[in-house]
Design a binder for this molecule. Structure first.
Ligand code: CP
Length: 303
């Protein structure tokens, strides 16, 4: 596989290979010396045109743990602020012999555009509302860690589905691996076209969460919303918040997930996010070995 833009071109087998490799990488990260030479000589550029904490830093750490050289492009402090286009920016960086661009951009399809005008390998680190494949992979890895297999798992994803690339990537990935996804939001935030094999939609929180193995709350992306999607934050909170009461509808063994960053006490109750049911920090931890595995498969070409 040359790029990771979304999961369209990825078979179940190649995705499972990445998750298997992530387990090996997680073992490396438990050693006293958390470094291997696998990507020595490779140069990786994180090209982030949108803010990030988890994704950018875990990709950079993942690359460094495998001995790659890493350069960080930050749009806010770059010539993008002077009006330089995405295409010119990538063409400029490419002259520095970059092997892999890890791209985050507010425009859906930006990573595909970079792929058209670069010879480097491209990893999509989140493009608009379209895809965030490595987040979905680390979510799948977290589910695997907890349940051993994804086959037959019922995963409720609740919140601002409309603006969520995490929801789209999970709705693409988890059914490929055997899980069923229930997307839940107010009607204005729930695109019906996401329904498909292994993916259902509902506006009822009770229906989504009842009997679920995992409940993932999504951030209400207020920065991407014009007015009019929800009547008020108070109403949203009362109907859709994942909290100690609503999680009781799920299986007793259910886990609580959130891709972060959270609006504490809006889409998720802070106390529940900090409880033993929550795997939110495990998701963050798993981001490093999963991204090591993605870089390894794309650059070294195993699988
Ligand atoms: N989940 C996620 O993409 O977080 P960041 O925006 O902090 O990278």
């Amino acid at each position: 596989m040359k790029h990771l833009l979304d999961f369209q071109a990825w078979s179940k087998g190649s995705l499972e290979n990445i998750l298997e490799t992530a387990k090996v990488m997680a073992d490396v990260l438990e050693r006293p010396v958390k470094k291997v030479p696998a990507l020595q000589g490779y140069t990786i550029c994180t090209a982030f045109f949108e803010n990030s904490t988890r994704t950018r830093l875990s990709f950079e750490l993942a690359a460094r743990r495998m001995s790659a050289d890493v350069i960080t492009f930050n749009s806010a402090t770059s010539s993008t602020a002077k009006g330089e286009s995405l295409q010119d920016t990538i063409a400029t960086l490419e002259q520095m012999k970059i092997d892999c661009f890890i791209v985050r951009h507010e425009a859906s399809g930006a990573a595909h555009s970079v792929n058209k005008f670069s010879k480097a390998k491209i990893i999509n680190a989140g493009d608009g509302r379209r895809a965030h494949p490595t987040q979905a992979l680390l979510d799948a890895y977290t589910l695997l860690q907890r349940f051993g297999s994804l086959e037959g798992l019922e995963v409720a994803i609740v919140g601002d589905v409309r603006h969520s690339r995490v929801a789209r990537s999970n709705a693409e990935l988890l059914p490929k691996l055997g899980a069923k996804v229930r997307l839940c939001a107010p009607a204005t935030l729930l695109p019906k076209e996401l329904e498909g094999d292994g993916v259902s939609t509902t506006t009822s929180l009770e229906e989504a969460v009842s009997g679920a193995d995992a409940v993932m709350a999504l951030r209400l992306q207020l920065e991407r919303m014009n007015t009019g999607y929800i009547p008020s934050l108070e109403e949203y909170r009362s109907l859709y918040q994942i909290n100690a009461k609503t999680i009781q509808l799920a299986k007793e063994t259910a886990i609580v997930m959130h891709p972060g960053p959270m609006n504490r006490d809006l889409e998720i109750e802070g106390e529940l996010a900090d409880s033993s049911k929550s795997v939110i920090l495990e998701q963050v931890k798993n981001g490093v070995p999963v991204r090591m595995a993605v870089l390894y498969h794309l650059l070294v070409g195993k699988g």
